[in-house]
Each structure stands twice: as structure tokens, then as C-alpha cells.
Design a protein around this ligand. Sequence first.
Ligand code: AQP
Length: 333
Amino acid sequence: HPRVFSGIQPSGGLTLGNYLGAIKRFVDMQNQGDFETVYCMVDLHAITVWQDPADLKRNTRELAAGFIASGISPEKSILINQSQVPEHAQLGWIFNCVARMGWMGRMTQWKDKAGKNAEAASLGLFGYPALMAADILVYHATHVPVGEDQKQHLELTRDIAAKFNHDYGVDFFPLTEPVIEGAATRVMSLRDGSKKMSKSDPSDASRINMTDDADTIAKKIRKAKTDPDALPSEAAGLKDRPEARNLVNIYAALNEQTVDQVLADVGGQQFGTFKPALAELAVAKLAPISTEMARLMDDVGEIDKLLAKGAEQAREITAPILKKTYEIVGMVG
Ligand code: AQP
């Protein structure tokens, strides 16, 4: 079976964006049965910006709970924490020596996150995409389900694989395909239709957290920014209406419908009618997940055990691939 790899940073609580853009897709690919799936909490990536150590531990375990509560099964997928599989960082170093400064400097995520003060950003933040390439390629993974925002990093992963293969005259690392599918590949902020919904947005009202209770979810959706017009009856009518489009996309993704199917039902409605329906759907889909997350978090020992087992399974794949890489590069060992 072709191998799938993807990861999420334990840099805060999970958002609806992470769930619809990533985790829900991870579960689909796991259950399709056509792939061997590896899913990861990328803690080494999280520390490219400051993380309080106690928060990092808690967020990592909570993210593992979020994966499992959403339907990632440790029986069907390999579930790991990045730092527990040392080959990620080891291959990451090799790729730091393959990737070029110019490539990294062109990444829009780097530009957004470093902002005007790039001098003060960590070297790790700059090199982030090389470690991400290693995360994927240390499994020879060929398919990577992600949200739209990760497309550029995946192109860079291909560039790194191609340059490695070319420089060493081998056909060793595969060229990976991003899998960016579904109605919610880019969930936007509830306060600003031009900004991505993000864990690190200072405004909590901008996002739905997976751990929000029903009242909070309903309130955030009620207050979400919209325009005064009624909903159109087909997708083309959402052009130039980013906030309206975002809410319809969220509805479609949660209800596993296309945008046109949703609009066939709700076209003509005002937001005063649509928002409560969306809130009800969101609560119905998310409440069971957050309840299960809280239950799993009552026994972090069990989560740690699962992660230790996942790391062992992962290393059966990664250790031989790293060994072969070292041989190709010319390391004695
Ligand atoms: N708004 C989003 N819509 C769709 N997909 C999204 N993803 C993130 N936000 C959205 C997808 O979630 C996966 C994991 O993301 P990450 O945790 O590695 O980092 P990120 O993309 O930087 O996510 P955040 O929430 O915006 O975190 P912060 O605020 O810390 O930067 C990826 O597949 C991503 O596409």
C-alpha cells in the first residue's frame, strides 16, 4: 500500500480548521483502506516558536486525544509524537544541507510568521520546511493530506527529494503528492474572511476550538461576521462573499456534502436562519469528539503508552530508510 504521512503542531488547542482541513481527511484516508497511514504530533516543529514546557506536554497529549477521539485508530494507523522517533530530526539535518537558503526565504509561511523582525526569528522557524520534508520522506510517504496553506511546503518537499536524488545520483526519495480535498481546505477566521482560522490568532472569537462547549460554539457562530444578503442557490453566487462562503463551506464539510448540495437546501435563507442551523450541526458533530477527548485526557498514562508503541512501529520503517540515506551520503557506520 502507498504510505500517507501528515502531522499537526501541538502549539495550542485544535481548531475547526485543523479538524476539517486535516484530521477529518486523515480519518477518511485511514478508513479507505488503500493506504498505510502515519499521523504525527510535530512537537519539534512547535518549538520553532516559544512554547511553555508544561503547555507543550499538555498540548501534545491533548492533540493525541483529539486524533483518537476524531477516529484515528492506533490499530489502523501509526500514531506518533515526532521527537520520539529520532530519525525525523536526523534526516532533517541532512535536508538542511540539501535545501537552499533562497528556497526557504520564499516560503509565505516564513514571511508571515517571521514578519518584519526576521532577525529575531529562530533558525528553526526558517528551516521548518526541511524538517517537514524529512517527516514525510523518512517514511517514503507518497501522499500527504493537508490544508491549502501547506501546498507551498509540499512543493518544497518535492524539490528537496529531487535535489537529493540528483546530487547523489540515486532514485531514492519519492516525489510526494499533496492531497488537498473537500469543502474546507481553507477554513477562514470567523471575524475576518480574508484570514485563515488559526490556533494562534489572538482573538478566541475568530475560531472554533475543538474543546469549546455547545453554548460557546453557538455564540461564536451567531457573532460570525457576514454580509446582509440572503444565501444564493448555487456556489457561483458566493463569489466575492468570503464570509458567507466560509460558513457554507464549513456546513458542507461537517455534513459531508458539496457546497452546491448545501445551497440547494438553504439558498434564499437569511443568516438569521442559517446560523442557528450551522451551530446545531457543528455542536452535533463536535460535542462527541470533545467529550471523548476529555475522557481520554483523564488517563494520560494510556496516551503515553500508545505513543510509545507508535514510536516503536514507526522506527521499523524509519531506521532502515535513515541507514540507507547515511550510506548514500557517505557516512561511515
Ligand atoms: N484554517 C484552516 N483550514 C484548513 N486547514 C487548516 N490547517 C490549519 N489551519 C487550517 C491544516 O491543519 C494542519 C496542521 O496545521 P499545523 O498545526 O501544523 O499548523 P498551521 O497550519 O500553522 O495551523 P494553525 O492552526 O494556523 O497553527 P498556528 O496558529 O500555530 O500557526 C495542516 O495540514 C494545515 O493545512
